[in-house]
Design a protein around this ligand. Structure first.
Ligand code: IPE
Ligand code: IPE
Ligand code: MG
Length: 247
């Protein structure tokens, strides 16, 4: 099954260069089983592994995973610490395997809010995987799209105040260059699991022309075949970017 979809997507059309994922549904997965929510998050780690491996197999070059949002800080403190603990575990346990696979990890977001132990673990996975050429993996932690835009606006205002930028020359590219994602093209495909049709403050600027794929699968149940299915769906789309179709 998996190989079939993989073979099809390779011949079907362009593989999206950049795939972004809102990994949602861990809590519902746990609740359906009468388990505490953190066990859903723990199970979600397997889906992260599946997705990273699937992305490498499919030939995706950039994978951006929404792991923890600005608003997620407002969850109960036990859940927040469980999530930070899992992040640390992920960073320590997966480091060698990711390096072997040629995955270069980047961690993007407001990391000043993250506790020192988690920060240290993520800094080390970033350092140890540097140079991996198969896939760039962006882990979005303590990230909010609005906060990212406000941060860019503040940086621009500072540059104007210092006389380094002429306000009349500010354009979309000047702005993009101040976002966390400055080194990567905008996502071609956004996948959201758990059936929710919303953006939840993810990549507000970058998703302007991204194709959206919503699947009812809860994140802990997400497998590489679900990623391949999303890519096949993407390949059936006609991207027009506001223009008329070329035929
Ligand atoms: C996604 O699962 C993980 C994070 C947001 C960190 P949720 O925890 O949001 O699970 P649901 O949406 O409550 O099912
Ligand atoms: C989005 O999911 C954030 C992450 C996946 C990290 P949420 O579960 O936090 O979003 P809402 O509350 O359903 O909008
Ligand atoms: Mg959720």
């Amino acid at each position: 099954m998996s190989d079939d979809r993989l073979a099809r997507l390779r011949t079907h059309g362009d593989v999206p260069h950049h795939v972004a994922v809102i990994m949602d549904g861990n809590g519902r997965w746990a609740r359906e089983r009468g388990l505490p929510r953190p066990l859903g998050h723990r199970e979600g780690m397997k889906a992260v592994r599946e997705t990273v491996e699937g992305a490498v197999e499919a030939g995706v070059r950039v994978l951006t995973l929404f792991a923890f949002s600005t608003e997620n800080w407002l969850r109960p403190v036990q859940e927040v610490s469980a999530l930070m603990g899992l992040l640390q575990r992920y960073a320590r346990n997966e480091r060698d395997e990711l390096r072997r696979q040629g995955v270069e990890v980047h961690v993007l977001g407001d990391l000043e809010r993250v506790d020192p132990a988690t920060r240290e673990a993520v800094d080390s996975i970033v350092a140890e995987t540097r140079g991996g050429g198969a896939l760039r993996l962006n882990l979005m932690i303590s990230y909010g799209g609005r906060e990212e835009i406000v941060r860019a606006a503040r940086l621009l205002a500072d540059a104007v105040r210092r006389g380094e930028i002429d306000p009349d020359r500010i354009g979309p590219d000047t702005f993009s260059d101040l976002l966390f994602t400055r080194d990567v093209p905008d996502p071609d495909l956004l996948v959201r699991t758990s059936g929710e049709h919303r953006i939840s403050n993810f990549l507000l600027w970058q998703l302007a022309y991204t194709e959206l794929h919503v699947t009812p699968v809860l994140w802990p149940d997400f497998e590489r075949t679900d990623l391949f299915e999303a890519i096949l769906d993407y390949q059936r789309r006609e991207r027009r970017f506001g223009r008329v179709a070329t035929s």
